[in-house]
Design a protein around this ligand. Structure first.
Ligand code: NAP
Length: 513
């Protein structure tokens, strides 16, 4: 346990060793499958290789699991391809009921899912429970959507033919997911694909694959047929997924992750004109106007900045505050962030867990150091926490020059850079000054201004007087380099449906009967 001086945030890090790992953690790990899942069977990888999944709060190994090879990836796609035809013919109601049972099972096992996510990803247990509720909700939402897929039958405008339009499952889909929301990023893709009648290959992030393995056992228990979902966790992401993306049996790629990897995958997918959905990086502005309810704005900033320790694509990356409330807002934010306890996510006091790995923490510190070198002032934090694990102090930076890297790159850590503005137009220009366009937040009591912002900000999502927008019933996604397509909402299932049009000769052409 380490306690830093009183100027710094309260820090209490984890020092767990293997022998002291709590019994419930050991039992949960022991209950997990360790293989890859192909055609309903858990198997070793084709070359017998394995890799270790570690706990970011102390660097200790949680579990050794199979490390899929390109041959395993091929077998997974073959299984998905073989299962596709029959799966597409199942009744929508049957698919809906599998999803609904999965929702009930995940909810019943919420504590296990939460603990596992905390162990492999680091987030505090309370946040992990929040993710279980959010992630499970996609199962319930799409169980309700499964039987609402419809088409249309119409008379052509010239009256000489009939138009029949139907929706069909797009077919075998490859999902590549990130480590920051191990359950929700998977269910946001898997649930609509099941609802639409698509089979799948999932490649979860190598840092956090265990949640997907547990989730697969739940889907099996819920009655998902063999071959519909195949899982190939691997440390060889490009080597395993590249051949699949170039394989004509694959009909869809849905990726959530960084813009850098996403753009390369789009280029690969272009070779066979593969349909893609891309949920990529963000650089969210959070604007606080002079008329904002400051309590609400600070609360919103805490949520938008510190949810998931700042390791969220929706994280507020730039706090843009009107000059008249800058001092007050900054003081309140510093006070709130300072009170956050940094600790292993299983500690009841934990409000911020470790960052996911050494590289992520090094990148965060590099951005902070660069800002300080460029003239920024550290109002709080600004240091990596010594000791085991990848902890970083909640940090507030002020006085940043406009070209500081931290204002233009995704931080992915508990660091809040604050800049000021003097007019609404300037705030909009600052907010839009980025290649990303996932989400923006604004706090104002002026509804007309809120509506103007909703039209002027170049984003896929906008939070008005709220620091959280994610909702399974709403279309999640971005514009510009934040991605293509939407997940959740009525729109989410469309990513897994193809439109087919049938032209039909005028049934009266030969004369009415
Ligand atoms: P990442 O490095 O892009 O990795 C995402 C996934 O892509 C992982 O499964 C990764 O596998 C895989 N991958 C990496 N290189 C690949 C390649 N050459 N070919 C195929 N797959 C490859 O992103 P991350 O660090 O996991 O996640 C953080 C990023 O995700 C941030 O930019 C964040 O904004 C974004 N994100 C976006 C959303 C959204 O909805 N817009 C949601 C969450 C996160 P390995 O695990 O083996 O590296």
């Amino acid at each position: 346990m380490t306690i830093l001086d009183s100027e710094a945030p309260a820090v209490l890090i984890g020092d767990l060793d293997d022998t002291s790992r709590a019994g419930d953690e050991r039992a949960l790990l022991a209950s997990l499958p360790t293989g890859i899942l192909i055609d309903g069977v858990w198997r070793a990888s084709s070359d017998g290789s394995t890799f270790a999944v570690t706990d970011p709060s102390n660097g200790l190994t949680l579990l050794e699991i199979a490390d899929a090879t390109p041959e395993d990836g091929e077998a997974a796609l073959a299984a998905a391809h073989t299962a596709q035809r029959e799966w597409a013919r199942t009744a929508p109601r049957e698919r809906a009921e599998i999803l609904r049972r999965a929702f009930d099972l995940v909810t019943a096992r919420a504590d296990d899912f939460a603990l596992l996510m905390t162990m492999e990803m680091g987030k505090p247990l309370a946040e992990a429970r929040g993710e279980v509720a959010y992630g499970a909700e996609f199962l319930r939402w799409f169980s309700e959507e499964a039987s609402r897929v419809s088409g249309r039958y119409a008379t052509a405008p010239d009256g000489k033919s009939r138009l029949l339009v139907t929706k069909r499952p797009v077919g075998p889909s490859l999902f590549i997911t990130p480590w920051n929301f191990p359950l929700a990023m998977a269910t946001r893709k898997i649930a609509p694909a099941i609802a639409a009648g698509c089979t799948m290959v999932l490649k979860p992030a190598a840092l956090t694959p265990l949640t997907s393995l547990l989730f697969a056992t739940v889907l099996q228990e819920a009655g998902l047929p063999a071959g519909v979902l195949n899982i190939v966790q691997t440390t060889r992401a490009g080597a395993v997924t590249g051949p699949l993306i170039r394989d004509p049996r694959l009909k869809k790629l849905s990726f959530t992750g960084s813009t850098g990897v996403g753009t390369r995958l789009i280029a690969d997918a272009a070779q066979q004109v593969l349909r893609v959905s891309m949920e990529l990086g963000g650089n969210a502005p959070l604007i606080v106007f002079e008329d904002a309810d400051l309590d609400q704005a600070v609360e919103g900033a805490m949520l938008a900045k510190l949810r998931n320790g700042g390791e969220a694509c929706t994280a507020a990356n730039r706090l843009i505050v009107h000059e008249s409330v800058l001092e007050d807002f900054t003081a309140r934010l510093v006070e709130r962030m300072q009170a956050h306890t940094v600790a292993r996510g299983t500690a009841p006091a934990s409000k911020i867990g470790p960052l996911v790995d050494e590289g992520t923490r090094a990148k965060v510190h590099e951005l902070v150091s660069d800002a300080v070198a460029a003239g920024a002032t550290v109002a709080l934090g600004g240091r990596a926490v010594p000791g085991p694990g990848w902890f970083y102090e909640p940090t507030v930076l002020t006085g940043l020059p406009a070209d500081a890297r931290i204002l233009h790159e995704e931080i992915f850590g508990p660091v809040a850079p604050i800049i000021s503005f003097s007019s609404e137009q300037q705030a909009i220009e600052l907010a839009n000054d980025t290649d990303f366009g996932l989400v923006a937040y604004a706090f104002t009591k002026d509804l007309a201004r809120g509506l103007r912002l909703s039209e002027e900000l170049d984003v896929g999502m906008f939070g008005l007087n709220t620091g959280i927008v994610s909702n399974p019933a709403a279309p999640f996604g971005g514009v510009k380099q934040s991605g293509l397509g939407r997940e959740g909402g009525f729109e989410g299932i469309d990513e897994y449906l193809e439109t087919r049009y049938v032209g039909i000769a005028d049934p009266f052409a030969g004369g009415a009967a």
